[in-house]
Write a protein that binds this ligand. Structure first.
Ligand code: ISE
Length: 338
């Protein structure tokens, strides 16, 4: 039984811990830490873990009761526990993004390369979503010819907190499209442009300017537009349409109960990623457990993928500030990621 130490006890921690305890096999939680001890105690009691919160990140990582570390803390706090897990030679699953600056992402990649083996998996769960998988297979089989254009929609009903910032729309939300589009289209990015649309007057987060429209261009010339809207009000919705030389392939509308009520007929929509991507979250974690418990390297999205995403996010933010198309270059991929 693989023993996990969990760092960070917010929304996504609840999703993953629930899966580990109730839906997956081969792992259990033996240590948990949050800067706010009460949040750790709440998870312990909700999932009847029967453990005490750890007193520090170091104590948790160094514990002989912990085989692998799960990082679910705030986006800009991932680097320290990841580097410490590598130093302790423990596999680590980190939620996306890998890091919020290119410098920190590079530091992580350099530390992993120095170890000479992969220990890190990044939580880009869309690659495990059965509908995205089917979309990729359709493209890879050549059913729509070479993909030329893409249209994506990434909507959330409301900002997850009132300190959600303009740059979070890129580092926290758009980062999912950044991760999944190059995988779907089998190519690297050449440039990015992000623009603001007319501001949503119902927005309540003071440092948040959105909606935004992002345009990614791949080296092969394909262009993909994404509408990013954090104040959709109606729900959490992700769309992806790929236009190829001989046809179009797109994610289906998500099946949901059809309700007949109050002179209306309608379908319900999830309000959080945990609803829409429930299966993907389970598959990504089971995959991590299966590989790591056999002593193998994690097979999911690597730190290199996280590093390329961090570079693309930085260029996207630069574009938002300068209103220019910004070119993107990545260095050479180290051997451990090939
Ligand atoms: C959140 O962190 C996610 O990862 C969701 O997938 C994204 O849609 C949401 O906007 C983010 O806040």
């Amino acid at each position: 039984m693989l023993r996990f130490g969990v760092i960070g006890c917010g929304y996504i921690c609840h999703v993953h811990v629930n899966d580990i305890v109730n839906n997956l096999h081969g792992a259990k939680i033996t240590a948990i830490y949050d800067v706010n001890k009460k949040s750790a105690e709440q998870v312990i009691s909700e999932f009847k873990l029967g453990i005490q919160p750890s007193n520090s990140i170091d104590e948790l990582i160094e514990s002989p009761e912990v085989d692998a570390v799960l990082v679910f803390s705030k986006n800009d706090t991932h680097t320290e526990p990841i580097l410490k897990s590598l130093a302790a030679d423990k596999p680590v699953f980190t939620e996306k993004p890998l890091a919020t600056t290119v410098e920190e992402a590079k530091q992580i990649v350099d530390a992993e390369v120095k170890k000479g083996k992969r220990l890190i998996q990044v939580g880009f769960m869309r690659r495990y979503d059965p509908y995205y998988q089917e979309l990729k297979q359709t493209i890879d089989k050549g059913e729509i010819g070479a993909p030329l254009l893409g249209y994506c929609r990434h909507f959330a009903p409301a900002p997850p907190n009132d300190y959600y910032k303009t740059s979070d729309v890129i580092n926290d939300t758009f980062v999912h499209e950044i991760s999944v589009i190059s995988w779907l289209f089998n190519d690297e990015y050449q440039s990015v442009q992000v623009q603001y649309a007319r501001p949503n007057s119902t927005n309540t987060a003071s440092e948040l300017q959105e909606p935004q429209v992002a345009t990614l261009k791949l080296k092969n010339g394909a262009i993909i537009n994404t509408y990013l809207n954090i104040n959709s009000h109606y729900g959490y919705e992700v769309k992806c349409q790929v236009i190829g030389e001989t046809g179009i392939a797109e994610l289906p509308d998500m099946p949901s109960t059809r309700i007949h009520k109050d002179e209306k007929i309608y379908n319900s929509v999830p309000i959080e990623s945990g609803g829409r991507f429930a299966k993907a979250f389970q598959l990504e974690f089971q995959d991590f457990i299966d590989h790591v418990s056999k002593g193998e390297e994690p097979a999911g999205p690597s730190a290199w993928t996280g590093y390329m995403a961090a570079i693309t996010c930085a260029k996207a933010t630069e574009s938002l500030q300068t209103n220019q198309v910004v070119d993107i270059t990545f260095g050479e991929q180290p051997d451990i990621y090939k």
